[in-house]
Ligand binder design. Structure first.
Ligand SMILES: [Fe+2]
Length: 146
């Protein structure tokens, strides 16, 4: 039961490691009238992603697991799509973020369920916090382009 949980946590970690660079890509390449707003928001998001990467890796270590800690492995595991190094409109940036955040929500929900089933309340609590954060972020992103 916990084997599936830890595999899923490592997959989540790999996706966040890739997302960290992807958020920089958008931070650098976003264009348009919303540049200043999105540029700043994306910096906030990659800073938060760095904290989450560290917390997830350290939780895996605390339960005796080996977190993915190199990009080659992370890319082999990751399922999120990266972006080309080219300008992207504000609209496409936000639409892409919404799609990724919806993905993070599905992933964190699944990890909470697996952690509950494995009797790992600490991991369930940790990912429930992320879930709440992502749900709030999704609402804000949708409001931004409404
Ligand atoms: Fe910057």
């Amino acid at each position: 039961m916990s084997k599936k949980l830890y595999e899923k946590m490592n997959l989540y970690l790999a996706n966040q490691e890739v997302a960290y660079i992807k958020l920089h890509n958008l931070h650098w390449y976003v264009k348009g009238r919303s540049f200043f707003t999105l540029h700043a928001k994306l910096e906030e998001l990659y800073d938060r992603t760095a904290e989450i990467i560290d917390a997830v890796a350290e939780r895996l270590l605390a339960v005796g697991q080996a977190p993915v800690a190199n990009m080659k492995e992370a890319l082999a595991l990751a399922t999120i799509k990266e972006l080309a190094d080219k300008p992207i409109s504000s609209e496409e940036t936000v639409q892409g973020l919404i799609a990724d955040v919806e993905y993070w929500i599905r992933d964190t929900k699944e990890i909470v369920e697996l952690a509950d089933a494995a009797g790992d309340g600490v991991t369930a609590d940790q990912f429930n916090d992320y879930l709440g954060e992502y749900q709030k972020l999704l609402w804000m992103l949708k409001s931004y382009i409404a």
